[in-house]
Structure formats: C-alpha cells, structure tokens
Design a protein around this ligand. Structure first.
Ligand code: GLC
Length: 714
C-alpha cells in the first residue's frame, strides 16, 4: 500500500475528521498564540491545517506539535490570504486588472509566493476571481472586474505565479480559486446576500474564470458564502460535485469559507450541525474552515446515515494528496527556514504594478504631466500622507507604515521647498480644523494635488456602500479647493469606482489610483511628473449614478434598446444609460488613435481562424503605453448575444509620432456560446469584429465576417 492508503487504514474516525478540520492561530504581538484547544487538537491529530499563522519560526514550532507529538505524525499545512502580496503589498486585484497584463499578474503572484513560502505558508486563499458589476459590493476590490475573459486570464496567470510547475518547490504555495461562484452577483450589492443568476449567465460570466483556474491546475477551490436561488454554494451538489468535479474533472481540495458549513443552518437548509456537515461533505467540501462542523457534526451524521465513510475517506485522501504534493511528508519543515532575498526587486515590481494600474480618467486641458520646474505645488487632502490605507483590503503581512505616501513620493522627486503639504480635513469628516490652512496653501500654489477617497476598510469583505461617493466632508472640501481657481489634480483612492460626476466636471485632471500598495507614492509621483505613463485602463464600467447598477458593457440589447428619440425604449428619464467612463477607458500621455482595421477572411468555417489587424498611432508629442481591445458581436443567434464580448487585449509602447501594427488570430472556436440547451455551439451567420481603446461604442472600428459551417460542440 502507498503512504496515503496506509495512513487512511490506520486513522481513527477522529483522526480522519481531523484532516478535514482547519483551525486558526491567533496572532499576538510577539507571534502566533495557539488557543489551548488548538495545541491539544494538533497533538491529538484532530486538526489537519491552520490559517492566519505565518513566520518561519512560528510554523516550525507548530509543525513540530503535529509531526513530533501526534500519533500518526501527519504534517499540517498553513494557509493565509496572500491576495495581493505578503510582506510586499502590491496593488489590489481590481487595480492590477487595470494593467491588462497577464505577465505582470503572474510576476506579482510569483513574488507573493516567494515571500509567503519563506514565511512557512503552504496555501494562499487566492486568486479571488469573482466577476463583479456592482460598485456597492465591497469585494469588487479583490477581483478582476466585470469581464469574464479578463477574469479567466487573471485566474490562469495567478495560478501559474503562485504554484509554478511543482507544488514541492519550496518557493511556491498552492492557490485557491475563490469564491465559487457568482458571489459578485449578490442582490443589491450586499455581501453574503443571495444571487439570482440564469444558467446562461452563470456559465458565460461567472464560471469562465474558474474554468481557467482549473485548467491551469489550481490546487484548491473555495465555495462562496452565498446561495444561488436558495441553494448555498457550500452545499451545492450540482455545481460542486456534478460540474466542478464531474464535468471539469477538478481533483483538488475544496476548502470551505470561514465558518460557512455551520452557516448552512442560518441559510435555512440545515437544522443541526450534523445536517450541515453532511450537506457540505456530500457536496464534496473537503476542509471545514473554522466551523468545527465536521468535528462536532460528522460523527452524528454518520450515525444517522446522513453521509457515509466513503465520503469521509474521499475527502481525507484529497487532503493527504495535497500534503504529499506540497512535499510535506518528505520534509515538513522545508518552508520553515526564511531564505528569501530580493525585497528591493519586489518593491520595484510593486512600483511598476502601481504605475501600470493607475487610470488617468480625465485631463481635458492636458495639465498632466506636471512640469518638473513647478514653483509651488500644494499637496492636500485626507489621503495625501496616508500610508496604511495604500495597502487596501487584505494587506496580509504588509506593515501599516511600510507604504510610501503620495507626499513622500513627490518630495523624493521635487525640490523640498516646492511642495507644501496639509491634509486639510480627515477622511470621515470628523476633524475639519485644518481646512483653512490647507486652503491657504492652495491659494499660494501653481497647482494642487488633491488626494481623496475611501479608507482601505471601506471596501473588501463585508464593506459594502449603498452610496459609493466620497465619504465624510470630502466633497465640501474639494469644492472649496475648486473655487480657488488654481489648477487641481485629484488623485482618487478607492476599492471601487466612486460615483462623483460633480468632481469629474470640475477637476482639471483625475487619476484613479485604487489602492496601489507599498509603492503608491513613487508610482503616483512618477505618473504626475510624466516619468511614467498612466498605464491603467478601467476593468469595470464607471457609473454616473448608483441607480444605473449593475452596469457593464456586455449587456444584451433587449427588444427596445435605448433610443432617445423613442419614448418606449429602455432608458432613464433623468440620465443616459451610458457610464461616466466605459470599460477600458484610460488616458495616456501619448495621443492615440486607431486606423486601418482589417479582418479576414470574409467567410470562415467553424474550425477556422479570423485574422484581425489594426494600426495604433501615437499622434502626440510623448511616448505612451497603448491598450487595444478586441470585441465581437453576434447580431443574430439562437440565444441573444451580448452587445460586445471581449476576446483579446493587446498593449504596446508607442513612441511620439510612432505607430504599430497590432494583430490577433482569433479561432472561431472562441466564438462558441451556449445554446438554449446550454451546450456550446457555433452558428452560421455574420459576426461583427469590433476593435477599440475601450468599450465605448463611439470609438469602435467594426468589420464583419461570415461563419459558413455551424457546429454543435461538446
Ligand atoms: C473570509 C473570506 C475568504 C477568506 C477566508 C479566510 O471570510 O470570505 O475570502 O479567504 O475568510 O480568511
């Protein structure tokens, strides 16, 4: 018998359930504090993994409790939310999505894994790949934005970066694709709320990132807290067992979300812990994170025949296989020896990621980039000297004082006497005492950098906002600054698009910086001064008003699409349907245009390839980082297709006055969609190819091709 069969045969029921139990270690100032029951549980073999503990020494000490003190000496694994960096904090995922750069996405995950593994971690609860189209939902900050194609590319890049080719590589960690699935469709943008999703939309919008993660070899998947139509994902047999494990062939570990198994009782689908435990186990959830539902409920569930030993053994086997793949049986202490160098390289990577993520939303008079010989620059606002907030939600082991603030970044690049700083007001509007002093600095300045936005704790898990505007008294303060008549550049920090048409109207330039991570200051200063091009493009549509939400470019036409000339069409009486800024919007210091779109051949078979080419021209006087999107639209199909579907993104640096040819070879197979029978199909007929620098319909170049031989697939 192999090692795993031998262990399974030797384990008591308690020890088997122990492998399915993940507990947490509290963190005191001096390091992890293990609750008494956790220490005893590890020694007794009734705990198989821990979360929220890191540090080489800590993990060595705790690992010894298992491998030197428990009966069967089965090693633990340690998990943590290394979502956008571990000690070096990178931009939040929504910001990184704005870079539209899979190479960068993989690099930052690779760097995060190096630091996490050196801290004794084996698993990260990332990437978070929930598609989100509602800025009220706080967790939009943690994911890839509104588009499934982007979500899929980010999912595969992050899995590659975290896991590498071999989980036994002690500089890598296993990834967890989360939160499976449709979590971002929570009703009213409230976290944990039910979602109502058609099967078509589930398969075409919310599942593709998980398909990509599984195909990339993700080691674990985490079901989401919520329910779809009353069926909680933690107990969702059709999606977990039949689709994920059955159709997709996922053989990895399913780890529940925090206490989610016990919460099946609150969902109203289980009356007792035993029933909740049986529902989750029967759906294929292997590890119970922090609910102790398996340890307290499975013995009774077995007695009552609600589940059986075959389910338990199958889950234990998957957990032991993961531990074996991590190399834990060969050397349980391999990741407990800090050996990582390269902090400087990772900080420079964080700076590059931040400047690639910053989106220049508006710059109508081209006030940016600022001239380097500025006489006096006033830097004001509640986030101008913020450091801790630059980390955003899920800052992992990143220290609060580690980030460089905007004012520090500017001071490093400009003569100290040219910068005057004052916060003016606090973020929540409780202390306005500094307002006059800040306004005085602005009056005397050539230009103002006004740093506004959210605290890092205003997005992320459970941090939803019904009215996602500027918190506190920031609007009143900003309007006083605007009233001075001095040029004002607004830098916005947020975990979501903020609703502020009034600000867009009055500011001379607006940068969406999201939460840019530990190198916020240098990256933003370099963009403000033109030392780097603002590389970000919006990964989400930016609404004019929260009443437009959910708002996304991939909507279907409907039978009465918006027509301002026709009353009886789909529109609002009080504002346009269009976003403030479209998906993909973002200005460069180059002055880009597209021309000469060619698409061929005119007729193509279902197994053919469509060749697309376009010229990207920089008519401006400065180099720029261009970004071009390839969309399709199927105008007539057996199921109405979205107005635009994203099928590719290309980026290119183009010199001032230069041009470059961008090409795609688009397999017709990529145009397959789900028919009414939910089976993939390619139908004969016209397909529109649309290329643009955003999803704004006004800016798209369009050509058509015809698919001549239909094919049912799958
Ligand atoms: C949280 C989050 C999940 C995270 C887990 C462990 O509740 O929903 O994303 O990985 O618990 O911290």
């Amino acid at each position: 018998m192999n090692r795993i069969d031998t262990l399974l045969a030797a384990m008591t029921l308690e020890e088997k359930i122990g492998q399915l139990t993940m507990a947490t270690a509290g963190y005191a100032i001096t390091g992890p504090v293990l609750g008494g029951d956790v220490t005893d549980g590890i020694k007794a073999g009734t705990i198989g993994s821990l979360l929220n503990v890191w540090g080489a020494e800590a993990s060595r000490t705790i690992q010894a409790l298992a491998v030197e003190n428990s009966r069967l000496k089965v090693p633990l694994f340690f998990g943590f939310d290394v979502v956008h960096g571990h000690r070096t904090v990178f931009p939040i995922p929504l910001a990184e999505a704005a870079a539209f750069d899979p190479v960068l996405w993989e690099e930052t995950a690779r760097a995060s894994a190096e630091e996490a593994a050196a801290d004794g971690l084996h698993m990260t609860f990332a990437p978070m790949i929930d598609i989100a189209r509602d800025p009220r939902w706080g967790r939009i900050a943690e994911g890839p934005g509104e588009d499934p194609w982007v979500g899929a590319r980010m999912a595969e890049a992050k899995v590659r970066g975290f896991q590498g080719a071999d989980l036994a590589d002690i500089t890598r960690v296993c990834a967890t694709a989360k939160h499976f699935c449709g979590y971002g469709a929570a009703i009213a943008g409230r976290d944990y709320a039910s979602a109502e999703i058609s099967l078509q939309t589930l398969h075409e919008v919310y599942l593709p990132p998980f398909v990509a993660a599984v195909k990339a070899g993700v080691a674990a998947v985490m079901p989401a807290f919520h329910d779809i139509g009353g069926l909680p994902l933690t107990a969702h047999i059709p999606l977990l067992r039949d689709w994920l494990r059955g159709e997709m062939g996922f053989e990895g570990v399913l780890v529940s979300d925090y206490n989610a198994i016990a919460e099946l009782i609150k969902h109203g689908v289980a009356g007792t812990l035993a029933e909740a435990a049986a529902l989750a186990l029967n759906a294929g959830v292997d590890i119970d994170m922090m609910a102790t539902a398996y340890s307290r409920g499975l013995p009774e569930a077995l007695e009552r025949g609600l589940t059986d030993m075959a389910h338990i053994d199958a889950s234990v086997r998957r957990v032991l296989v993961l531990k074996e793949r991590l190399g834990l049986f060969d050397d349980p202490y391999a990741r407990c020896a800090p050996r990582v160098e390269g902090d400087r390289a990772r900080r420079l990577l964080a700076r590059k990621a931040a400047s690639r993520s910053v989106v220049l939303l508006s710059n109508p008079a081209k006030i940016l980039p600022l001239p380097s010989r500025l006489h006096r620059l006033a830097v004001v606002g509640p986030l101008a000297e913020a450091r801790a907030d630059m980390r955003g939600p899920w800052s992992a082991a990143g220290l609060p004082d580690d980030p460089v603030s905007v004012v520090e970044g500017l001071r490093d690049l400009l003569p100290a006497d040219s910068i005057a700083f004052a916060p003016g007001i606090d973020l929540l509007g409780k202390d306005l005492s500094g307002e006059e002093a800040a306004l005085d600095l602005c009056r005397a300045a050539d230009a103002v950098v006004l740093c506004l936005g959210e605290a890092a704790t205003m997005s992320g898990e459970a941090n939803c906002r019904a009215d996602p505007g500027l918190p506190g008294q920031q609007r009143a303060f900003a309007e006083k600054v605007f009233d001075l008549g001095v040029p004002v550049i607004v830098v916005l920090f947020s975990g979501r698009p903020l609703i502020l048409p009034w600000l867009i109207e009055r500011a001379d330039a607006v940068l969406a910086a999201w939460f840019p991570g530990c190198e916020a200051g240098p990256a933003i200063a370099e963009v403000l001064l033109g030392l780097s091009d603002p590389g970000g493009r919006l990964p989400v549509s930016w609404p004019r008003h929260v009443g437009q939400v959910p708002l996304f470019f991939g909507a279907r036409s409907g039978g009465r699409p918006e027509n301002p000339e026709d009353h009886y069409t789909s529109k609002y009486m009080d504002m346009p349907n269009s976003p403030q800024f479209a998906f993909g919007h973002g200005l460069s210091y180059g002055d880009f245009a597209l021309e000469a779109l060619t698409v061929g051949p005119d007729e193509v078979s279902a197994d053919g390839v469509i060749d697309v080419a376009v010229s990207l021209i920089n008519k401006g006087g400065r180099p720029g980082l261009g970004c071009v999107f390839l969309f399709i639209h199927d105008p007539v199909a057996s199921v109405a297709r979205p107005l635009l579907e994203l099928k590719g993104v290309l980026r290119a640096e183009v010199e001032a006055g230069g041009r470059c040819e961008l090409r795609w070879s688009l397999p017709v197979a990529d145009l397959a969609f789900l028919g009414a029978d939910l089976r993939p199909r390619i139908e004969a007929g016209e397909i529109e190819i649309a290329v643009g620098r955003s999803a704004d319909p006004e800016g798209l170049l369009r050509r058509s091709v015809r698919i001549v031989t239909p094919r049912h697939q799958g």
